[in-house]
Ligand binder design. Sequence first.
Ligand code: AMP
Ligand code: MG
Length: 492
Amino acid sequence: MTTNPFHLNFDDSYAQALPELVAASLAESAPAPQLIVLNETLAKTLGLSASALQTEQGIRFLTGNTEALAKQSYAMAYSGYQFGHLSPVLGDGRALLVAEHLTAQQQRYDLHTKGSGRTPFSRRGDGKAALAPMLREYIMGEAMHALGVPTTRALAVVATGDLIHRTGAEQGAVLMRVAASHIRVGTFQFAAMHTSPDTLRRLADYTIQRHYPALIGCDEPYLQLIQALVKRQAQLISQWVALGFVHGVMNTDNMTLSGETIDYGPCAFIDAYNPKAVFSSIDHSGRYAYGNQPAIAQWNVARFAETLLPLIADGAEQAIQLATQAVDDFATEYQEAWLNTLRPKLGLHSPEASDTELIETWLYLLEQQQVDYTQALRALAPAAQGNSEALLKLFRKPELIDSWLKQWQARLKHDALTVDAQVTAMNAVNPVYIPRNLLVEEALSAAVRGDLSVLERLMTVLKQPFTEREGFERYSVGAPAEFGDYITYCGT
Ligand code: AMP
Ligand code: MG
């Protein structure tokens, strides 16, 4: 039974289980809150009342105000390696865990604000967020969800009526984010560095119960937690890579234990295939480049494994050996996940030993000729049916893919699926539409001027990315050269 108008079935299991990892904190009151977008589909999925969320009280709730619920909200503690450097205390500096919500199916979600004001972890920050980056998180999360990638999602973005100071004055906004949880690798680092072994164990047990219940009662649950995270992150990163997604800021505080993508800051999708692609203005060394993401994920998992050593195998040396093995296994787990994700994109279903080489040659050809990654994959379906025109048009020197094309077409013929079935399957995994950089920027600049129609139009294709639509041709191609090199910014 719920007793609030939003049908929120709230529960504070995290704060109750781990009080030493949260700091009680309330959202700042927004001077003139205005609902910019409400994700009604998500509200419905969660069993929340979309109409109640649009009332004045509902909009206040979406900015993190919990007065109507008479409940405490919390800033969560975490640490993190940021670009490889340890920040021993980070935590929610502009975010709050407003409530956990249990759906009718007993699925547990965090409702979490971003931009809701200062907290005990704010350090010198203002605790605020600007409208455009919050809408960006909304767009990217919905796009990723529609593309089948595990991700946090935005429930709403509310403009606060505040003016906040970045490079100039900008409209303040609060994002309400829904996540399987906000437990991060950085949460474990915080527990390991600043609390007791008992807290660390309770955090691990809580995480297992919430995200890996199959491990309850196992002989070595904490070692298996590392193995399970290795698998989940290998799977997640393979999906990013298969779609051309660059997260941009894979710090350990931005890696979840649930295996969901989190924190859409300086992220972007590649146009031309380029393993070295970097969009973030501060990633000078290319640490978080497109092609470096699997290696960084493994590095992050190693930092996670380190935190759990005191809980493994009752002895330092053996614990290190076991945890190291689990982290080393990331390479094979990733290779397998990558192959399983890429194979169907090329129409291949019954595995063959030569598949890896076939895929790698394809990627090499795309890289050499700077071909649009998303368009090229989508053009493979007609090429499988013998019509290679759209594909060849993407290459400056189409003659150079001739031999690969013949080899691939021959390979398709001895696959288990018929050509028609291959084509249907390819079109279900190779999107027509991704949130391309120019389109996202256009939607955001219109939105900050008060025109949401551009964003709404973009969302119609991003919500069904595998369905080609008439009238949306420019949404399926890369930006013209005038758009220039795309640069993204974080922490805004
Ligand atoms: P992010 O780049 O969003 O992952 O944030 C990294 C860290 O900086 C987190 O601890 C955030 O809470 C904190 N942070 C980012 N922006 C602000 C801000 N405007 N005020 C306070 N803390 C912030
Ligand atoms: Mg973060």
